[in-house]
Design a protein around this ligand. Sequence first.
Ligand code: CP
Ligand code: NVA
Length: 310
Amino acid sequence: GKIIQQKDFLTLANVPPDSILELLKLASDIKSKWAANEEYVPLKGKTLGMIFEKSSTRTRVSFEVGMLQLGGHGLFLSSNDIQIGRGETVADTAKVLSQFVDGIMIRTFGHEKIEELAESATIPVINGLTDMFHPCQALADLMTIQEVKGKLAGLKMAYIGDGNNVVHSLMIACAKTGIDFSIACPAGYEPNKEIIEYAKKEAKQQGCEIVVTDSPTAAIEGADIVYADVWTSMGQEAENAVRLEAFKEYQINAELVKHAKEDYIFMHCLPAHREEEVTAEIIDGPHSVVFHQAGNRLHAQKAILVDLLQ
Ligand code: CP
Ligand code: NVA
């Protein structure tokens, strides 16, 4: 892609800061056309294979609708139904799909799988979530922050909870756009060390900082954005009971948000578990932008699709 400057979109880690801002600008232009009901079909006749090895509501629907609105078509390929689920290799699947479609979006487990897919495919591959990253989510989140707060650099985001895929992408997204990022998580649930190191290096260049702490009140102090995700991600269901116990002091509730800025916004990638990572009072309250945030998946991903598939 011209903006992304490579064939694939697997992580924000190899997308330069200026390209992220350019993608956001494109997403916002595309959203304006959509809002004005203006026809915009740069992907006429193009197809996107969408492989899902995990459940999805937002990613599936936003990519499928996005392709249609851009003049193309998205094919939902559940791993239960295609041969990859019966042991056909990732490399063979990539080479075969490259004969038929113009791009592949995949949601899978290990990040090495998407890397192998991208290497074997001659067409662009987009990460629709792996155990390591969720870059489409982070891009849509930046778009939402920009719309609601009118800027990115200079803000502070506090994430309370598990150091997971969503965090890895958010941390990089914040570092590259000048947003201070603090995560509070219990010992043993910190984000990946190398990703923290990478984000800290990027943050330094943008004049912002990345902080990892075990204290929710320290993390949330003065935050403009308060962010939550589930305590048990897809694939970790067997750990659910242990996690409920480990994270019980990490709930976002009325008491905790007293430490945030008065005009803080609450974000969550969704799906949410009310009364676990966040109380209903907060996620359904006046500071919450979670549905606006979900809606921006459509627009942010259109920018990625246009850049990679056109
Ligand atoms: N936030 C997100 O990716 O949601 P889905 O799992 O519904 O796609
Ligand atoms: N961390 C969550 C995000 C879901 C969109 C998961 O991986 O299940």
